[in-house]
Design a protein around this ligand. Structure first.
Ligand code: GAP
Length: 445
């Protein structure tokens, strides 16, 4: 994992937030390549969930919501982790932290940080929502929360979307947006952070049909994940046991990936029943039931939720793409070299191609610039004339750039260039006028 974190910084994928001030705990910033990679993943999700479907609408709800939303959703009462404090070293841990020996609150409870026995407090519940104040007065009546999930923005807009889009049940609402959780044990780079992005879809169905839709969404979501190019042997399902289910869920399956730190979830499919809409109806006093025209039946819809983390999915894609390989014969390689390469699916790669003049003379830079300017209008490409060609390849391998285009002595004679494939290291010579078409074909899907 350290190698990936260091590559992410070196190549401009992910930086620690406020690094010059020593960083802010478990908050990360996306650099020039990271923002492109995450955007490509989000766009792929939006395309498959919203644009390619007739039965799902998009939404972008505000992060700040009426505080009663969180009473109704159960987050004020139930979105908590049990915590223990060490009275000696003042560190704080989750009560179920496997590093704790003995029983917190008892003489044998041992602090995993300072090793003192009997100094851990008994567990108490800690709410994970970030609080802030709305307006100029910092009083209890002004407390609002940063949303801990985007889903609630969908529930409170369910009727607005239904009426304005003229959808009929079953239908869904999808949203991508920031969520915040004051996690107690964050970590593993961008896996568990305090500020993150979710890609969530709530599918509203007739009660009784939720199990069928649950299975359909499980299939759909796994297919989408596989479409990211992730190795299938690194993916598996995990069904939540009774003790793992969130307060709103009747059934839940996670899609897990085998990260360098073990199998962990990055997306969940949840049967949320009518829990959320029923509670919002009760707390708001607004009717949220649905009249089915064909049967004249009124009901509160059930919800099947698909909930993915954009950052965690980005981490899955990065971990899965990271390889170290020996390179024997390639231009600029005199003896066997180890290369670090991100074998990203080409359509997800931040840069689609890099353009190099073989040498910075004989008119090559001018031709290269012209080709680069032309490609730039179609694709995100990069120009590099610094250092040996071998060094330039290595930099693009680390960035995950699938194609490197070199302008050489032959280009001025027959207007052809070489295109080097990141994964096979093979080069083909093609007419520069056919580059856009060639690359677009390779980048499809
Ligand atoms: N609306 C349901 C919900 O929020 P969740 O399992 O708590 O369910 C869904 O979160 C997804 O959000 C997770 O699968 C994960 O990808 C992402 N996620 C949750 N907490 C996160 C955190 N602290 N840092 C990064 N991603 C997180």
């Amino acid at each position: 994992m350290e190698k990936l974190v260091s590559l992410a910084k070196r190549r401009g994928f992910v930086f620690q937030s406020s690094e010059i001030y020593g960083g802010l705990g478990s908050v990360w910033d996306y650099g020039p390549l990271g923002v492109e990679l995450k955007k490509n993943i989000k766009e792929r999700w939006w395309r498959s969930m919203v644009h390619e479907r007739e039965d799902i609408e998009g939404l972008d709800a505000a992060i700040l919501m009426h505080p009663k939303v969180w009473e109704a959703s159960g987050h004020i009462a139930g979105f908590t982790d049990p915590l223990v404090d060490c009275k000696h070293c003042k560190n704080r841990f989750r009560a179920d932290d496997p590093k704790i020996k003995g029983t917190p609150g008892q003489p044998d409870g041992q602090c995993p940080a300072c090793g003192t026995k009997g100094t851990l407090t008994a567990p108490r519940q800690f709410n994970l929502m970030f609080k802030t104040f709305m307006g100029p007065v910092e009083e209890d009546a002004a407390v609002i929360y940063l949303r801990p999930e985007t889903a609630q923005g969908i529930y409170v807009n369910y009727l607005n979307v239904l009426q304005s889009s003229r959808q009929k049940i079953p239908f869904g609402v999808a949203q991508i947006g920031k969520a915040f959780r004051n996690e107690i044990t964050p970590g593993n780079f961008i896996f568990r952070t305090r500020e993150f992005e979710q890609m969530e879809m709530q599918f509203f169905v007739k009660p009784g049909s939720e199990n069928e839709w649950f299975e359909r969404w499980r299939t759909e979501r796994m297919q989408w994940v596989e479409g990211l190019g992730v190795r299938t042997e690194k993916l598996r399902w995990h069904q939540h046991g009774k003790d793992e289910l969130a307060h709103y869920a009747a059934d839940a399956y996670d899609i897990q990936y085998e990260f360098p730190f073990g199998w962990q979830e990055f997306e969940g499919i949840h049967n949320r029943t009518d829990f959320d809409l029923k509670n919002h109806q009760q707390h708001s006093g607004k009717k949220l039931d649905y009249l089915e025209a064909a049967t004249n039946e009124r009901f509160i819809p059930y919800v099947v939720e698909t909930s993915a983390g954009a950052d965690r999915t980005t981490l899955v894609v990065l971990c899965d793409a990271y390889r170290e390989e020996a390179v024997r014969s390639e231009e600029g390689v005199e003896k066997e070299e180890l290369r670090v390469v991100l074998k990203l699916k080409p359509s997800l790669a931040p840069l689609k191609a890099a353009v190099f003049p073989l040498v910075n003379k004989d008119g090559m830079p001018e031709v290269s610039r012209r080709i680069y300017d032309d490609l730039r209008r179609h694709l995100n490409v990069f120009y590099d004339d610094g250092g040996s060609i071998g060094r330039r390849y290595r930099r693009q391998d680390e960035a995950g750039t699938p194609f490197c285009i070199t302008i050489d002595g032959q280009t001025s004679q027959d207007q052809t260039v070489t295109v080097r494939d990141r994964d096979t290291l093979k080069q083909v010579r093609i007419a520069s006028s056919g580059l856009v078409e060639y690359l677009k074909e390779k980048l499809a899907n």
